[in-house]
Design a protein around this ligand. Structure first.
Ligand SMILES: [Cu+2]
Length: 130
């Protein structure tokens, strides 16, 4: 291999390492809210995944009176219809907890929809289930 190609390999390994290390906790903005999502497993698995969702308002105060719904969806693939699983998150000790099913391996579009006082905001991210 040429010298530059080793550099590319090194970079890919470094970037991959950073991405996987952060998979467990995701920080997102949803409107005025800041949302922290903790998945119970280092990398999401095919099957049931538990998560804890911490929601803070603009002032940094924990939000505990919202309706929170988690959705996992996968667009249709050749020979397979689109999939969507939803879970209502329940407030427990100041955090919202939910169990979401990832029914097959691959990339899932995740969302946390927060409804509070008639307003809705959504945080989105993706996970790779194995
Ligand atoms: Cu699929």
């Amino acid at each position: 291999m040429k010298r530059w190609s080793w550099l590319v390999v090194l970079l890919v390994v470094l970037v991959a390492g950073t991405v996987f290390a952060k998979e467990n906790t995701v920080q997102k903005k949803a409107g005025d809210y800041s949302v922290e999502i903790k998945m119970d497993k280092e990398s999401p698995v095919v099957g049931s995944n538990s998560m804890e969702i911490m929601i803070k308002d603009k002032a940094g105060k924990a939000v505990t009176d919202a309706t929170v719904v988690v959705t996992a969806s996968m667009p249709s693939m050749p020979g397979m219809p689109a999939m969507e699983n939803k879970a209502d998150a329940k407030l427990e000790g100041g955090k919202y907890k939910a169990k979401i099913d990832l029914s097959m391996g691959g990339s899932w579009n995740m969302s946390v929809r927060i409804t509070q006082g008639g307003k809705t905001a959504t945080a989105k991210w993706t996970v790779d289930a194995r």
